[in-house]
Design a protein around this ligand. Structure first.
Ligand SMILES: C[S@@+](CC[C@H](N)C(=O)[O-])C[C@H]1O[C@@H](n2cnc3c(N)ncnc32)[C@H](O)[C@@H]1O
Length: 296
């Protein structure tokens, strides 16, 4: 059991340990892990350097710092990530949702709203490769009423049963389990069941090249390979999705994809024939989301 000690010096030591282990955000990580250990928010930790960590909290803090020093993402250690102002449960079963994926979720909301305003038809929005389910939870909370009124149908799928288990937990935690149909599916091909063809496809597919996944270090090394590995050029899963669109998506469907910042031109070259494509840059003006409108 660790000795009780004031938070201030414990933070300093943890920061040094994490810096030596190569964490790019050592001080911030230490503060967040200390707040986790004492079950208070970070501002409380910063305002009370003199407060004593009792032996149990000190032990929790040391254990958390050692996990972080071994490269584990802070979100796995805490068990959640703040994303789109929601608390999303996170663990080794799925990728930690990234800040840049908020742009994809916002684009999905805007497209579903545009379609709701344009016609009375029921809109099926399908999030492929849902992982932790962060985007699906966000859409379910936003369109809960539209789903209840039969205006929107939401589907979320993943090929990984482990990830889907976590998705289900996150949907339940946010009280929206009955708003989203979950499916184990290879992209738009669910195993052994038929689902409505989507009007809107939303996907953050694995898009890291396999050799970069082989060489990964730090936090990435703790996340599931299936969530990252996009084949030799990072685009293999996306190519397969494009190959399914003609038969699996509705005519005139919109496909919203998160891509790697340097993948815009390559994705444009692969876009299905007759489709229109536009890139939505993020705040740093990096290519981040691709919008593809399929022909009628
Ligand atoms: C980059 S993660 C995205 C997770 C989540 N949507 C997010 O943005 O945080 C990619 C996800 O794709 C899933 N995946 C990989 N290959 C797939 C396939 N062929 N069909 C469906 N899902 C797949 C992985 O299990 C993983 O959950």
């Amino acid at each position: 059991m660790a000795e009780p000690e004031p938070i201030g010096p414990a933070l300093t030591r943890a920061t040094e340990r994490l810096r030596a282990a190569g964490s790019p955000s050592a001080r911030l990580d230490a503060e967040v892990l200390a707040s986790h250990a004492v079950d208070r928010d970070r501002s409380w930790v910063l305002a009370h350097p003199e407060a004593t960590l009792d032996a149990e909290a000190a032990a929790r803090f040391v254990a958390a710092v050692e996990r972080r020093a071994a490269g584990e993402p802070v979100a796995y250690i805490r068990g959640f990530k703040e994303w789109q102002s929601m608390r999303i449960r996170t663990d080794r079963r799925a990728l930690v949702p990234r800040p840049e994926t908020e742009l994809l979720a916002d684009a999905a909301v805007a497209e579903i709203e545009r379609r709701l305003a344009a016609s009375d038809a029921t809109i099926t929005a399908w999030e492929v490769a849902t992982g932790s389910g962060a985007v699906a939870v966000f859409l379910a909370r936003r369109f809960r009423t539209a789903v209840a009124l039969g205006r929107v149908r939401l589907v979320a799928s993943d090929i990984s049963p482990d990830a889907l288990e976590l998705t289900a937990e996150n949907l339940a935690e946010h009280g929206v389990s009955d708003t989203v149909s979950l499916a184990c599916a290879d992209l738009l091909e669910p195993a052994g069941r038929s689902l409505p063809r989507p009007d809107v496809v939303i996907a953050n597919l694995p898009y890291v090249a396999s050799d970069q996944v082989d060489a990964r270090s730090g936090s990435l090394g703790h996340e599931p390979r299936v969530a990252l590995d996009g084949g030799p050029d990072g685009l293999a899963v996306l190519r397969r999705l494009f190959g399914q669109l003609e038969t699996r998506a509705r005519p005139a469907a919109t496909v919203l994809l998160e891509i790697g910042a340097d993948q815009g031109p390559a994705v444009a070259a692969l876009a299905p024939r007759g489709a229109e494509m536009a890139v939505v840059p993020d705040l740093a003006q990096l290519d981040r989301v691709v919008r593809i409108d399929l022909p009628d």
